[in-house]
Design a protein around this ligand. Structure first.
Ligand code: NAD
Length: 255
């Protein structure tokens, strides 16, 4: 018996086998979930397709979350193929590299809009399309970071985007609660991934975990996967609108 037996869901945000979304996918599959995946572009499809196929996924769909038509097409396909959806993993973020280097006041209007669109608004757009298919309730989990609630050096506009994302989680949770749809965020500690490589001095953030986190180490994709599994499963049936920290306790020590 798996925690996710009989449940079907879609994962946005696998880029490669270092992705947090991949750590989540492996945990969900191990507990019996049926998975669909999206990929951003053709270059990433080459990496995502073999990974998704290794977990027996046959719905592997293109989706740029800055494009409403792409998101609508994904859920139209899920509707045709599955009829309903039980869960969504949103593990997508983007900001221009230069906006994570300079002082925050140097953030351009275009860079601000881009980061907020892809990293925060996309959760709203994805949720809007998922809801009609969550006919038997559902669970949606997105990925955030401590930079939403504390200033973290160089995190800049991504911190503002994550603050908007966490607020969106709360508003979505309140709106969708009566439909039995839960919306939560996992706030992961720093993990070496493709997206993280865009953040200046990221190595220092990893080192700080060894020094200052109560567990004296970084967390892994697998650990983020296990907590996300909990939030997506019926074990968390009473949990919504929450930010769940998986950061070796770093947030309690004060960043
Ligand atoms: P990653 O690079 O593996 O994943 C980021 C994903 O976002 C990629 O799959 C990329 O294709 C996708 N993406 C970017 N722009 C997109 C667009 N327009 N449309 C569709 N997809 C798009 O890196 P990751 O670290 O696994 O990031 C996953 C999530 O976890 C992000 O929200 C990130 O902010 C968050 N997070 C990461 C860390 C960390 O330290 N790595 C910590 C906390 C939170």
């Amino acid at each position: 018996m798996g925690l996710m037996d009989g449940k079907r869901g879609i994962i946005f945000g696998v880029a490669n086998d270092m992705s947090i979304a991949w750590g989540i996918a492996q945990q969900l599959k191990a507990q019996g979930a049926t998975l669909a995946f999206t990929y951003l572009n053709e270059a990433l499809e080459k990496r995502v397709r073999p990974l998704a196929e290794s977990l027996d996924a046959d719905l592997i769909l293109p989706c740029d979350v800055s494009n409403d038509a792409d998101i609508e097409a994904v859920f139209e396909t899920l509707g045709k193929e599955w009829g309903s959806v039980d869960f969504v993993v949103h593990a997508v973020a983007f900001a221009n590299r230069e906006d994570l280097k300079h002082g925050f006041s140097q953030t351009s209007r275009a860079g601000f809009k881009l980061a907020l669109d892809i990293s925060a608004y996309s959760l709203v757009a994805v949720t809007r399309c998922a809801v009609p298919l969550m006919t038997d309730g559902g669970s949606i989990v997105t990925m955030t970071y401590l930079g939403a609630v504390r200033t973290i050096p160089q995190y800049n506009v991504m911190g503002v985007a994550k603050a908007a994302l966490e607020a969106s989680v709360r508003y979505l949770a309140v709106e969708l609660g009566e439909k039995g749809i839960r919306v939560n965020a996992v706030s992961a500690g720093p993990i070496k991934t493709l997206a993280a490589s865009g953040i200046a001095n990221f190595r220092e953030k990893l080192k700080l975990m060894d020094d200052r986190a109560p567990l004296k180490r970084c967390v892994s994709q697998e650990e983020v996967g296990k907590s996300t599994l909990y939030l997506l499963s019926d074990l968390a049936s009473g949990v919504t609108g929450e930010v769940h920290y998986v950061d070796a306790g770093f947030n309690v020590t004060g960043a």
